[in-house]
Ligand binder design. Structure first.
Ligand SMILES: [Zn+2]
Length: 354
């Protein structure tokens, strides 16, 4: 393993650095400027976006860089005297900085900023949270209550997106809803839809999910890996009978299946990033008057409140916890087919929550 070493006069920290490959190294601890705080990271989850970046499906503008944006930690210091009240608080942070002045930023929907979409913690341009410390803007912070432990809090970012996606469900529960894709986001949305009282079916590629979902009374249909668009006419999901369909597979075949499953004037909610050309028939959208919605983020405050309500058990969604020093191994596990969320823990951090 290569150890990256920089300036040794500053206080150093351990970090998982990406420069085409992932390596554990020691970098200077970042220093918070005006409007910023220094956060000691407790846990950072490996997300689909992280995998997309290291595997070349999403751009990484700066190298070397620290990835990771789905984190929780404790504020230790600030470069802003007016932010001292944050010191000692456990927080999650909205990774997108935005311009701060446009309509989207003022609505606290910085991931939709039309001026500066690129600057986001851990997304290829600014250092993220696979490190002992991270610097974040005060405006981006959401306090985590003691009743939400670190592991749950590390789900705040995907839960925020899932809540935003679920907002698009047509009609009050119970609705018949299909989720296409049984990865992290697909399962998260499925469990949250089920908790909201909807009747959910899942179409996925991992038969091992059947038991996990069956315990919650959710039906699972398997689509064989490596086949595209292989819905049979007798399959429930092929009849175009669902009022709302969530596309969480990120695959062209998943998108095609999702489109075919939505009933006329139904809604198709696209949650996954599609790196390639989808190649689905747009005419089907027109013929069936399907509403298309994209979801790219959501309110972290709403997510923390949701986690506090204890409607979601995150335990079945975690495949492993590794120390930051084994971060590259964590990524290897996360890449493996069928793996759910992998959490990287900062061994030197205080473990917060109950
Ligand atoms: Zn803006």
């Amino acid at each position: 393993m290569t150890i990256i070493s920089h300036d040794t006069s500053a206080v150093s920290m351990q970090a998982l650095v990406f420069d085409g490959a992932l390596r554990v190294g020691h970098l200077p601890r970042p220093v918070p400027g005006p409007g910023e705080v220094l956060i000691r990271v407790s846990i950072c989850g490996i997300s689909r976006a992280d995998l997309d970046m290291i595997q070349g499906r999403r751009p990484v503008q700066v190298r070397p860089i620290i990835l990771g944006h789905q984190f929780v930690g404790e504020v230790e210091a600030t470069g802003d005297p007016t932010a001292k009240a944050w010191i000692g608080k456990r927080v999650v942070a909205q990774p997108h900085r935005g311009c701060g002045g446009c309509g989207a930023c003022r609505r606290k929907e910085r991931w939709l900023c039309m001026v500066d979409r690129g600057r986001a913690l851990g997304m290829g341009l600014i250092d993220g949270a696979f490190a002992e410390w991270i610097v974040a803007h005060v405006d981006s912070l959401i306090e985590v209550p003691d009743s939400v432990d670190d592991e749950d809090a590390s789900f705040a970012y995907p839960v925020a997106s899932a809540l935003a996606a679920i907002d698009h469900v047509v009609g009050p529960p119970p609705q018949r809803i299909l989720v296409v894709g049984d990865g992290n986001m697909g399962l998260l949305i499925t469990l949250m839809l089920h908790a909201a009282g909807h009747t959910v079916s899942v179409l996925g590629r991992h038969p091992s999910r059947r038991d996990l979902l069956w315990r919650s009374g959710i039906s699972f249909s398997g689509v064989q890996a490596g086949t595209d668009g292989d819905a049979r006419p007798e399959d429930d999901f092929a009849r175009g009978s669902f009022s709302t369909v969530f596309e969480c597979s990120g695959k062209p075949s998943g998108l095609e299946l999702a489109l075919g499953a939505a009933r006329p004037r139904g809604r198709l909610v696209l949650v996954s990033y599609h790196g390639g050309q989808p190649g689905f028939e747009l005419s089907r959208v027109v013929e069936n008057e399907i509403e298309l919605w994209g979801v790219n983020g959501g309110s972290l405050l709403a997510a923390v409140n949701y986690l506090e309500s204890r409607k979601l058990d995150t335990l079945p969604l975690v495949s492993g916890r590794l120390p930051l020093s084994k971060g590259a191994d964590g990524f290897q596990q996360a890449i493996r087919r069928g793996t759910l969320r992998i959490l990287l823990e900062n061994e030197t951090a205080y473990r917060g929550g109950m």
